[in-house]
Each structure stands twice: as structure tokens, then as C-alpha cells.
Design a protein around this ligand. Sequence first.
Ligand code: FES
Length: 69
Amino acid sequence: MTGQNVRKVTVVPNGPVLVEGPVELVTEDGVTHTSDRFVVAVCACRRSKRFPFCDTSHRKRVRTDTSPE
Ligand code: FES
């Protein structure tokens, strides 16, 4: 396999999936989303307000400890 036609996809731990652009991304509702960025960050946490694209919402911690400090 030559590197010329291979598209690199990088899974970021606790973050997005980085896909070399441009991309056409089809969500489960059948809508096609396009991006012509060099690298496209696809949301893997579903917290993005720009879903299916990452808006860095994955960085916000969800507090699990509800006891008083
Ligand atoms: S992965 Fe970044 S907002 Fe979901």
C-alpha cells in the first residue's frame, strides 16, 4: 500500500478522531456534513454543540463526586 492514497485517521484518547480532510461525513440521520479543513476533528464523545465535529467540549470534566468539599 502506498502512502499517497491512504488517509490517516488518528484516535485521540478521551478526545476526537482526527481525519485528514477534506471529508464528507454522514450521520445516522442521513445528513451529510462537509469540511475542507486539512485535519478534521470528529467528535467521539457526543458532547459537541457542533456535532459531528469536535468543539473541545470533551475537555470539560463531568463532576462525579457530589459530596461537599
Ligand atoms: S470529542 Fe471533542 S467535543 Fe466531543
